[in-house]
Write a protein that binds this ligand. Structure first.
Ligand code: UGA
Length: 451
């Protein structure tokens, strides 16, 4: 099929390359020329495992191209919209300006003289948006059918999640003929994935839009639930990692997304729960989502807790102390710094006067341009040299694998805050470190001491 993808960020660029790998002819459209030039040279503008190879391969084979010229996408049968819908400055609601611009472009350039084309929305939007876009298309007189087709990919697993999704959702228009045409177009597009047995759910527009924000709200709630339990563990001497494991054996609860720590960040979970609350308010059902306010608050408190933990280890003063932060991205296998808990903790500690050094295996360059105030170094050894406290805030594998004895030889004072609860407390304590986890006083040995 001939496909266009509008918006070539983490979501759009990966989607475009994956669609090309399914055998389609794909053009990615983005307003940022430097990004399209880089993508056309087969080099990803962001860090995403498995993406570089796929991109180079598909560009090389001529099935995938990126452009800033909307005139190039006129003949596409499906136009995927994958633009960002970030949080509006100073408000909870989502900024839909990129989405509106994409729809304006499509209405202007899409050629439907020979038959209908489908607009497949992948961006996360407030419920009601798809119906509104359908109305705009209808008013334009173009034969454009809007299908909401939410994306559930995770950064770090973007290619695998796109090519092997848990499920595919089509939010179809109410008009039965249009719904049938829309379904057929997307079935043809995803034929390979459907043949592999991926569940496909057919819904109306609002359900599909809600599925996406409901999924992210549930995930955020799970994380804040376990972080609330971490606070209880801190107050009582319990260990939240053992608690999570024990409750996770119950299939109804499950073990995933119960990792306590400095909390969730990134370009999706935080802004999605806020936009969902804002939309519920507009719809007059804000009470239904007031719990998300608490989910957000618990999450943000975890960042403060990590700062306080470090402060206590340093006798209540950051001034005059060297603090090493390991990790800046909002999660491992990503260079995304948006709403990153690690970066915010680092920034707070820096503001309180510490001699702060930060490192990250993938995000160091982005960090240097985004936060020129911070002292960014390339290696763990440079970061921890002479440190009075080390904070592990993004659980990159290379940080999980650190040898406490080797690291002990490099620091001035062996204090470690394990902001992601990924280190073995006993091992670090045995190597002479004062260990602090989030909701984790150090396991049975520490509990015995308290008794
Ligand atoms: C999230 C969803 O997981 C995807 O399904 C969704 O498609 C995507 O948002 C989106 O809306 O586009 P992503 O933001 O890439 O994906 O990252 P996650 O893996 O969900 O992690 C989010 C944050 O939660 C990270 O900061 C991570 O460190 C944190 N987290 C995750 C925890 O603190 N504890 C956990 O147990 C799990």
């Amino acid at each position: 099929m001939h496909i266009s993808v509008i918006g070539c960020g983490y979501l759009g660029a990966v989607h475009a390359a994956c669609m090309a790998s399914l055998g389609h002819e794909v053009i990615g459209l983005d307003m940022d020329e430097s990004k399209t030039v880089q993508l056309n040279s087969g080099v990803p503008p962001f860090y995403e495992p498995d993406f570089a190879g796929l991109l180079a391969e598909q560009v090389g084979e001529g099935r995938l191209e990126f452009t800033t010229d909307p005139g190039r996408i006129t003949q596409a049968q499906i136009h995927f919209i994958a633009v960002g819908t970030p949080q509006l400055a100073g408000r909870y609601a989502a900024d839909l300006s990129y989405l509106r611009a994409a729809v304006r472009t499509l209405v202007e350039v899409a050629d439907t003289a020979q038959g209908p084309a489908v607009i497949a929305g992948k961006s996360t939007v407030p419920v009601g948006t798809a119906q509104h876009i359908q109305q705009v298309c209808d008013d334009s007189g173009k034969d454009l059918i809007v299908v909401w087709n939410p994306e559930f990919l995770r950064e770090g697993f973007a290619v695998a999640d796109t090519l092997h999704p848990d499920r595919i959702v089509y939010g179809l228009p109410d008009d039965l003929h249009r719904a049938e045409v829309g379904r057929r177009f997307l079935d043809d597009c995803y034929a390979g994935l459907l043949a592999a047995g991926t569940p496909r759910l057919l819904t109306n527009h609002p359900t599909a839009e809600l599925v996406k924000v409901a999924a992210n709200s549930f995930l955020a709630t799970k994380i804040s639930f376990i972080n609330a339990m971490a606070q209880l563990c801190d107050a009582t001497g319990g260990d939240v990692t053992q608690l999570a494991e024990a409750i996770g054996y119950d299939d109804r609860i499950g073990k995933k997304f119960l990792r306590a720590g400095v909390g969730f960040g990134g370009g999706c979970l935080p802004k999605d729960i806020r936009a969902f609350m804002a939309r519920a308010g507009e719809l007059g059902v804000d009470e239904a989502l007031t719990f998300l306010r608490e989910v957000d608050a618990i999450n943000l408190r975890q960042r403060d807790k990590a700062v306080e933990m470090a402060s206590k280890l340093l006798g209540g003063r950051f001034v005059g102390h060297k603090v090493a932060v390991l990790g800046a991205a909002f999660k491992p296998d990503s260079d995304d710094l948006r709403d990153s808990p690690a970066l915010e903790v680092a920034q707070q500690i820096w503001s309180r006067g510490a001699d702060l050094v930060i490192t990250d295996p993938a995000a160091a360059d982005a960090l240097r341009s985004k936060r020129p105030n911070l002292n960014v170094v390339d290696t763990v050894a440079e970061a921890v040299a002479g440190a009075d406290a080390v904070l592990l805030l993004t659980e990159w594998q290379e940080y999980r694998d650190l040898d406490p004895l080797e690291l002990r030889a490099l620091v001035r004072t062996p204090n470690i805050v394990d902001g992601r609860n990924v280190l073995d407390p006993q091992r670090w304590q045995d190597a002479g470190w004062t260990y602090r986890g989030m909701g984790r006083h150090g396991g049975p040995a520490a509990a015995e001491q308290r008794v």
